[in-house]
Design a protein around this ligand. Structure first.
Ligand code: ATP
Ligand code: MG
Length: 542
């Protein structure tokens, strides 16, 4: 059960788990990923998913996917569906069945009655403003509510009236009775239930009171017998309440020990993007992007359309690790992980993104040859494909210049280059928008004459007659600065669409990753060709 690790892959959470298994506190661990279905998952969530599901797998435990659907007003089934799809895409195994906090509403309510009858909760009837004012702040202790000394029976009947819809929204709140003078503001009688006459996407109109997140979450964990409840550092100050609540309920016989342990880790922050559903919603609603799954969005749905892979994200999660220290990760690390994985899985293809025509004047008109082109230079087992070659070819505009600067080894009047996997050609000039060349017939790649001429430049091409014309979307980073705060920082060049010429075999490919030689990694997604990432980091600091 307790597998051994090399120190480099260990982290403080694994140490806690290993100790709990060794001491016999737990025989099997159970973690959970608890999204609120109020938006699409983003790259930060991927860190949490890969961490929780990864630990369960590593230690032979289990991990639940649980929707924390306690806030009826912002939640929707469409978000549930997209979250399930993204979690599956990441390869996380949640046993095929998602769980819902709303399934525990009855039990949560039963717990609330228990807290009331045991003197640990009361119904407060102060206005929201009074409550806020009387809570105090960091350096100022709070003040007890006038309603704090209500009797248990009065509290119980008020709570039941709240549940039965006898009171208006905001008229009363159920609060824990802890300590209004606690130095931890979260312990100053936190709210447990509020009245909200809203329809819930799963329970409909059954409830008109809803549990607060801070009350619901520990109970959800305990009901599911979660052993290690991992959350981000912002929740550190909530831990005392988490423990207070679960211990009160265990003392009352409503829960069994051992209780779940909350453990905090640093959230993922990435440069050049925003990782917050609240801010991402603004980009969608403001029309700044083309929906939640726009390939520029840092959502998992967007990442997938961009051509990012689940394996690449796993590599990324491993590389950045888990710690308690705040993390700001450079976006280029994520891109490097994608390049690394795509390099392994993407076959090579030729595509001309900014085409100009090249004519080989001494190549017979009407003649065609099939050139043998390797699918992956480091993987001979992937074999070769045949790509048609003819007198007229598309080449990249910037592979030709009239006046070559020093060190320019591509086409210029008088220069000789190799057309990859084809022939060496000599540039005779440029006329009417066409690069004119002659070829050296004995230099065909793969024949003994290929090495007869030494050339420094080696450019790609696509036969004009056979080319597949396509719109290619060149995506770049969504924000132009490292630490964006608003839409003003959007990168105006985050999408550029070009009319490209692709080698003919790309015509019908679907959802597949390819490398366009010299350009980068691309994905062909339902007729759209999207650039995932360039071959080299064009944002590197100089
Ligand atoms: P957001 O701030 O974007 O709205 P959230 O934390 O409110 O995110 P939830 O649906 O509540 O979104 O989050 C589900 C889980 O994902 C939580 O356990 C949360 O801690 C974790 N999580 C969210 N953002 C990050 C992040 N940037 N890095 C790591 N984990 C994260
Ligand atoms: Mg949240």
């Amino acid at each position: 059960m307790n597998k051994s690790h090399t120190p480099s892959t260990s982290n403080f959470i694994k140490q806690i788990i290993a100790a709990d298994l060794a001491s016999g506190k737990h025989v099997k661990i159970r973690t959970r990923f608890p999204p609120e279905p109020n938006g699409y998952l983003h790259l930060g969530h991927a860190k949490s998913i890969l961490l929780n599901f990864g630990l369960a797998k590593e230690y032979g435990g289990a991990c639940n996917l649980r929707f924390d659907d306690t806030n009826p007003e912002k939640e929707e089934q469409a978000y549930v569906d997209s979250i399930v799809e993204s979690v599956k895409w990441l390869g996380a195994d949640f046993g095929g069945k998602a769980l819902y906090a709303s399934d525990y509403f009855d039990f949560m309510y039963q717990c609330a009655e228990h807290l009331v009858t045991s003197g640990n909760a009361y119904v407060d009837s102060q206005s929201a403003d009074e409550m806020k004012h009387n809570r105090g702040f960091f350096t100022k202790p709070g003040v007890d509510s006038l309603f704090r000394s209500r009797s248990s029976s009065e509290n119980l009947s008020l709570l039941r009236e709240m549940r039965d819809g006898k009171h208006a929204d905001g008229a009363h709140v159920l609060r824990a009775k802890i300590d209004m003078r606690s130095p931890n503001i979260n312990l100053r009688d936190p709210a447990l239930y509020r009245i909200k006459k809203a329809t819930h996407h799963r329970t409909g109109d059954k409830w008109c009171i809803y549990p607060m997140y801070t009350y619901a979450h520990p109970i959800e964990d305990a009901v599911e017998k979660i052993t290690h409840s991992l959350c981000t550092l912002e929740f550190e100050d909530q831990r005392p309440f988490y423990d207070w609540l679960l211990n009160k309920l265990a003392d009352g016989g409503l829960l069994q020990r051992p209780l779940p342990q909350q453990i905090e880790f640093a959230r993922l922050n990435l440069t050049h993007v925003l990782l917050s559903k609240r801010l991402l919603i603004k980009l969608v609603e403001g029309g700044h992007v083309d929906g939640w799954d726009d390939p520029r969005m840092p959502t998992l749905a967007g990442a997938r359309r961009r051509g990012y892979t689940a394996d690449g994200l796993r590599r990324f999660a491993e590389r950045i690790g888990v710690s308690k220290a705040h993390q700001m990760i450079d976006y280029s690390i994520l891109e490097d992980c994608m390049r690394e994985h795509l390099n392994e899985i993407a076959p090579r293809r030729m595509a001309v993104l900014d085409p100009i025509k090249l004519v080989i004047e001494n190549y017979p008109e009407g003649q065609e040859e099939l050139m043998d082109v390797p699918n992956h230079p480091q993987k001979p087992e992937w074999g070769k494909r045949q790509v048609p070659f003819s007198r007229e070819l598309w080449i990249e505009r910037d592979d030709y210049t009239d006046s070559p600067p020093k060190g320019y080894f591509r086409l210029a009047p008088g220069a000789t280059v190799r057309l990859r996997y084809g022939y060496a050609v000599k540039c005779e000039g440029y006329h009417n928008g066409i690069v004119r060349c002659t070829y050296l017939a004995e230099t065909r790649s793969g024949t003994p004459g290929a090495d007869a001429v030494k050339v420094k430049g080696n450019i790609h091409w696509v036969s004009v007659k056979h080319a597949h014309a396509a719109q290619v979307h060149l995506y770049d980073r969504l924000f132009k600065i490292e630490h964006p705060e608003s839409v003003e920082h959007l990168n105006p060049d985050s999408i550029k669409t070009v009319s490209a010429q692709l080698e003919p075999g790309l015509k019908d490919s679907k959802e597949s990753h390819v490398q366009f030689e010299r350009h980068g990694y691309f994905i062909c997604d339902d007729g759209r060709v999207n650039r995932t990432v360039t071959l080299r980091d064009s944002w590197a600091k100089h």
